[in-house]
Design a protein around this ligand. Structure first.
Ligand SMILES: [Zn+2]
Length: 151
């Protein structure tokens, strides 16, 4: 199988995931990009922040919305290392994210191609374009290593 070089945005998201691991958080990272420019980055930090909603996607979306001064991130892309959960998929809908790129699939907690399949629901108000499997191996390696070291 040909391995294409990872897009810069996914490499930045993976760097965020590594930062999360260094802080003892599950290694998941995300960045929001608009017109080729990185607007915001986020990583998992629920333990550190005592905030169950502190997922990488939520952090990146919150920061991007604050920076852009708009609760709608029209035309923005979200790059995240793992398939988003139902909460984050909901936030992606509310934020009107145009394109979602993610790394590894998450059969247990994911809600894009698994579980709730949020974007496929009839009630879903906005459907982003979805591009899975970008940096899948790198993202999965980080998660495997993290959980192995904690056992
Ligand atoms: Zn989430």
């Amino acid at each position: 199988m040909t391995r294409w070089p990872l897009p810069e945005y996914m490499r930045l998201a993976l760097a965020q995931a590594r930062k999360a691991a260094e802080s003892g958080e599950v290694p998941i990272g995300a960045v929001v990009v608009k017109d080729g420019e990185v607007i915001a980055a986020g990583r998992n930090a629920p333990r550190e922040r005592h905030d169950p909603t502190s997922h990488a996607e939520m952090e990146a979306i919150r920061t991007a919305a604050r920076i852009l001064g708009n609760e709608r991130l029209e035309g923005c892309e979200l790059w995240v290392t793992l398939e988003p959960c139902a909460m984050c998929a909901g936030a992606i809908v509310h934020a009107r994210i145009a394109r979602l790129y993610y790394g590894a699939s998450d059969p247990k907690g994911g809600a894009v191609e698994h579980g709730a399949r949020v974007f496929e629901q009839e009630q879903c108000l906005h459907r982003p374009e979805v591009y899975p499997g970008i940096g899948e191996a790198e993202s999965a390696d980080l998660l495997r290593k993290f959980f192995r070291e904690r056992r």
